[in-house]
Each structure stands twice: as C-alpha cells, then as structure tokens.
Design a protein around this ligand. Sequence first.
Ligand SMILES: C[S@@+](CC[C@H](N)C(=O)[O-])C[C@H]1O[C@@H](n2cnc3c(N)ncnc32)[C@H](O)[C@@H]1O
Length: 282
Amino acid sequence: MANEKQKTYWSKVGGPKWVGLGGAMEARLAPVSDLLIQHAALQPGETVLDIGCGAGLTSLAAAQAVGPNGHVLGVDISDTMLEAARALGTQANTANLTLTLGDAQTDEFSPPANVLISRFGVMFFEDPIAAFANLRRSTAPGARMVLTAWAPLSANEHWRKPLELVETLVGPGAPRIPHAPGPLAFDEPDYVSTLLREAGWQNGTVRAVEVNLHGVSLDEEARVACFMGPSGALLEEKQASPEQREAARQAIRAALPSYTTTTPDGGVHLPATLHLITATAS
Ligand SMILES: C[S@@+](CC[C@H](N)C(=O)[O-])C[C@H]1O[C@@H](n2cnc3c(N)ncnc32)[C@H](O)[C@@H]1O
C-alpha cells in the first residue's frame, strides 16, 4: 500500500505527540487556518475536501463557512488524528461534516469537491504527482485548490534555530533528501508548480507568506522543540540521552527570546514563513 510509512508515523508517533499536546498545535497554527479559510473564499453551499485534516479544526471552520447546504469531507491517513477530529465533530454537532480515514494519494472521494483545502497535509505523499492527479479526479471541473506548506528552513527561524542548537550538541543528522515526504517537501516553489502542472492542475501559484505562530509560553516552546519539529526529529535520530535532551531544552530556552516576542498574556509569537499554494482543476 502507498504511504504505509507515513500512515504508521502519523498513527503511532507524530499523531500521538500532536494530539497529546491537547490543542496546543491547533492554537499554534490558528493564524494559518485563518489565512487558508480566507483565501479559499468558501461560499454557502460549496463542497469541500480537506486533505490530511488531522484533528479537524480546518474541516470544522470550512463546515461553518459553507453552511447547512454545503458539505465538508475531511480525510486523514492516521486513525489517531482522525479520532481527535471525530471527537471535535461530535462536540460541534455539525451535520454537514464527514470525517473519513483514507489515503489522499489513492482513494476516490465523492461527491466531487468544488474546493480542495489543506493546512500542512500535502507534503507527505510518496508520489505527489500521483496524489495530485488523484485529487484532481475527486474535484469538479474548475474547482479551486488552496493549500499551505512550509517554506524553507532558512525562512523558519522557529525551527532553524533549535535545530542548529541541537546539532551543536549531538552532531548533524543524515543529509536531507530533497523533496522527500516530510514537513519541508514543498519548500521549493518551482518544484511545487511543476508537479501540480504534471498532475493536471492549472494556474498553479506558490507565494511565500509570513505569519506569527502562537506558542503557549517560552518554557513550553523549549520543551516542545525537544520532541517535535526538526530539532525533535534530530534528537530522536541520534537517540539522545536524557542529559543531552535537557541540555538542548536549556539551550533552546535561552535562545528563544532572540527570535520570538512574548505577548502580554505570557504567550509567544514565533515568526514563520509558509507557502500559500493555489491552483484550479482543469
Ligand atoms: C502536519 S499534520 C496537519 C494536520 C492538519 N491539517 C492541521 O493543520 O492541523 C499532517 C497530516 O496529514 C496527514 N496525512 C499524511 N499523509 C496523508 C495521506 N497520504 N492521506 C491523508 N492524510 C495524510 C497526517 O496523518 C497528518 O494528520
């Protein structure tokens, strides 16, 4: 089966970490959902497909935007993420939202969507051209697609700085394979435009947009950077000892004020850059 590695990762490793943060990731990425929903310009009655819907926040926001005569289908490959999404859907009691376990690269979705959205759910496909060709077949002619993906590490200090600090403690990780499935797979605009064209999408655009992510606190940011994001992945790859992890946490905590700002409520703004990707179905 395609994407077996990602299914296992998001069900058994990444998903439990994400969901275990109890809504902190959703709060962190709230400015990105706002951007996504705004650019999708959803209209009452539209049919939306949310790819890699995760814990369901963007699907729910879309369901509210399209109203009772519209419909949103959120799809995710991870049972852990989907379980969290279903809990949210039940709580919201929204009849126009369906959440389904599936692989966006291979599964068929119906009815055909007018709009395809995704917040950071499209960078994990083993075969992105096959995936986007498949998704195009699940959309109505002329459907629009609005996605976000991460811009390069060099434009994302909130990941780059902790990674550098961890590298000084445990050494560099294995060289990154360009475009390999993962958070940074879509960091090159030309690569993304080309693959969308090859998958049959038209008018593809990739624009870098700066946002402020919302962190809970400086202490929590330092803790989270030791098990999530590129710094967390490197500590995992190197099987860092508890002492190395604690040294990493302290180094990241000390550096955080140099690249973030704190808010009056003790929260943290982390400047970040994403790629806003749009295209239309032929
Ligand atoms: C970084 S998370 C983003 C989750 C959600 N969109 C959000 O913004 O909170 C990436 C999500 O994509 C899902 N995913 C990865 N590969 C997928 C695939 N082939 N089909 C469907 N979902 C996939 C993962 O399970 C995970 O929930």
